[in-house]
Design a protein around this ligand. Structure first.
Ligand code: ACM
Length: 353
């Protein structure tokens, strides 16, 4: 190869021109499951990973905490799972967040959680299939289950803090200690280099000012990164000035704003990759956005040097059973893989692989 040609090829790769537009450059090929709204047993996640492996997905993002349930054993804070992983079984099967009552004292309880040992087994199962499990602890909002277990961490005590008001009182030193100690245990369970998702979405600025949110999230991002784990946040935190992390773009209308930040980004826009949305017009309510296989296929990955990859999200407010989970995931996940992942085999997932 002539010298000039060699330089051109090197410049092409250094410029990142191959990122984003070539499917083969997607180092993040993710599927997300919300195990808080409804809990899925380890066997179900293994079944899902079998399908993911066949389709060349390489990251399983688990939304482990949210208002309706905390799903990972934390030994220093046992009430997170003895109380926060359970709730009153509602007589109606329809999702009704307003009526959920957290606790293990009800005669009929719904819930569950992963022990640290079960999570280690899942991590090993995934690694054997080229899949990195990425834990998400959603901070500082979506914390109702946490706050019922430990009301002293709340800005407003339960039950006043329900329905979007469930935020941690981030100014309290015990809240920051709590968050760091949770992260310490998570970093002991997940292999070195595993990305850790810190949430950061949907916190009402009338409860926590944007500066309070920014400072808290920055502290947590720095904490995780200083221990050798890439941190991830939802796009709100990045748009609010938090720096140093990978960004997960979910608000489709923020795509350009997030790309302009020139931070590493994973795209899961709710316009194309929210697989809990109905997949056929016939099953959608009039106000619902439908995401068909064609919608998935039509996504255009921007030609941008900072795009790490794409991900589909399965929020589970209305997904109660493994059968429903698989019905919502497929065939859209297969279409996603066929459209975007065909050339991606062999690309490394995360640093722990
Ligand atoms: C999100 O859908 N709130 C990330």
């Amino acid at each position: 190869m002539g010298f000039l040609r060699l330089i051109t090829v090197i410049l092409f790769f250094l410029s990142g021109a191959a990122w984003g537009k070539e499917a083969s450059a997607l180092t993040w090929r993710g599927l997300h499951v919300d195990v808080s709204r409804h809990f899925f047993e380890p066997a179900v996640l293994k079944q899902l990973m079998n399908r993911m492996e066949a389709l060349n997905f390489n990251h399983l993002h688990l939304h482990l905490t949210d208002g309706p349930g905390w799903r990972l054993e934390i030994r220093k804070y046992p009430r997170l799972t003895s109380i926060g992983a359970w709730r009153k079984q509602l007589s109606s099967t329809t999702w009704n967040w307003k009526e959920h009552e957290i606790g293990s004292h009800f005669t009929h309880c719904y819930g569950g959680f992963y022990t640290q040992e079960e999570m280690r087994q899942l991590i090993g199962y995934g690694a054997a299939r080229g899949i990195t499990i990425v834990p998400e602890i959603d901070l500082p909002g979506h914390a109702y289950a946490t706050l019922v277990a430990y009301p002293q961490l709340a800005l407003e005590p339960p039950p006043a803090c329900k329905l979007g008001r469930d935020v941690l009182a981030v100014e309290k030193s015990e809240v920051r200690r709590f968050a760091r100690e949770i992260l310490d245990e998570i970093m002991a369970v997940f292999p070195p280099g595993t990305p850790i998702h810190l949430g950061g979405d949907e916190v009402d600025p009338s409860l926590l000012s944007m500066e309070q949110q920014r400072a808290f999230m920055q502290e947590m991002v720095d904490y995780v990164q200083s221990h050798g784990h890439p941190a991830i946040t939802w796009d709100e935190a990045a748009c609010n000035g938090v720096r140093g992390q990978w960004v997960m773009l979910w608000r489709a209308e923020q795509l350009q704003a997030v790309l302009d930040l020139e931070m590493p980004v994973i795209l899961c826009p709710n316009s194309h990759f929210y697989f809990d949305y109905p997949q056929h017009q016939s099953e959608a309510k009039p106000w619902e956005h439908v995401i068909t296989c064609e919608t998935v296929r039509s996504f255009k990955i921007p030609d941008h040097p900072h795009i790490l990859g794409i991900q589909a999200n399965l929020w589970t407010e209305h997904i109660r059973t493994p059968e429903q989970l698989f019905r919502m995931a497929f065939p859209r996940a297969s279409v996603m893989a066929e459209t975007f992942f065909c050339e991606a085999s062999g690309a490394p997932a995360s640093q722990n692989e």
